[in-house]
Design a protein around this ligand. Sequence first.
Ligand code: UGA
Length: 455
Amino acid sequence: MDIAIVGTGYVGLTTGACIATLGHVVTCIDIDKAKIAGLEQGKLPLYETGLDELVTSERRSGRLRFTADLAAGVRGAGIVFVSVGTPPDLRGDVDLSYVRKAADDIAPHLSKGAVLVLKSTVPAGTARQIKRQISALGRNNPVASNPEFLREGSAVADFFNPDRIVVGADEPAAARSLASLYAPFEKHGVPVVVTSTVDAELAKYASNAFLALKIGFINEVADLCEQTGADVASVAACVGHDKRIGSAFLAPGPGFGGSCFPKDTRAFIATGRRFGANQTLVESLIRSNELRKRKLAGRILDHLARGSVVAVLGTAFKAGTDDMREAAALTIVPLLQQQGVKVKAHDPQCRTVGAKMLPAVSWHDDPYAAVADADAVVVLTEWPDYRTLDWRRIAASMRGRTLFDYRNLLEASAVAAHGLRYIGLGRPVSQPPAAAKNGSASTAGDWHDIAAAPY
Ligand code: UGA
């Protein structure tokens, strides 16, 4: 079957390249001509593990094509995916203007029987609205919903190893056509849930909201562990072995970020309000997540004297991506700077984007250069490379002694053995055996309570 994908961000491009490997001819379409020209030469507009190789091999096979000509790309396709952006609007709801515009542009070129499939994350009822929209243009093609559950950084692996595939269709022919695309997965035992479009749309938000709730919950449990002397890793392991709960997404961190959870949880509560079914748990989660970033910034400030230097290791919202959207660094770093702290930073992928988003930071390509002469080091992203840094060398080059590991990435006792005071999340503070150096004074109480400030 010929497939068209409108919108070549990380979801559209990953989906396109992966579907091509199933033997379909896929045309990826974008209005950004420079992006398409780059893709035609094998240049990807983003970093995504394994995608470069996949795009190269599928382009060579002739199954993956790129065009900025929407009409030509859509014509003849049996399934047309829409995977354009759905940014938040000013009220925290979803701005559907790109989806609506794409539907308007696609409609005149849809072949008879072709299914228009919304892959973009859209609120409950959107597919039905788009169906009415294209009907008004004289097209009776079905509009379906096929939400994606791809994580940035492991999107390719997630595509090939899904926990389930959701096919939302209000017309049996559309359900059959979309389900046939995923038949190879069903053959291998992957559940393909065929349901209505509104169920599929809501399922996407409910999934992201629930995962975000797990993170918010373990973050608050980590706070309690710190006060009671418990270790959150051990608590999470005990809790996660319960199959009804599961061990995934129980790693404490500096608050969830990225292009999905913050935006989707806000949109979820906006939908709840619109339909008079308030999502109070998720409302509270959003507040707790914002407050967490402020509190963790306050914790750093509590250990520093004014005019200190902090080295931040990792600014991406998580490892494996160059994405800094809604990353904890975007809240924590400015809060430090507002209090006169000088911030140096390193991230293996975010230097270019980071220099734009946090211009007052001194950026370094080498983590050892970033930490030199720092009063404190803060690990904000769980890049595996940070685990194998030479922490003895780092301790020797720092001016101060404190390491904040806001991802619980490092072995506390090993780091402390090099003379650093290790402060993780929800685990006991590890002190160096003997204070080798004592460069940075603790000035607890010297800073005003930034955690209490409104966000
Ligand atoms: C998320 C979902 O996991 C995907 O299933 C979904 O398809 C995607 O959103 C989307 O809606 O497009 P993603 O935003 O790429 O994927 O990232 P996650 O791996 O889910 O992480 C989100 C945030 O939670 C990150 O800031 C991460 O560091 C944080 N996190 C995650 C934790 O703090 N603790 C955890 O245990 C897991």
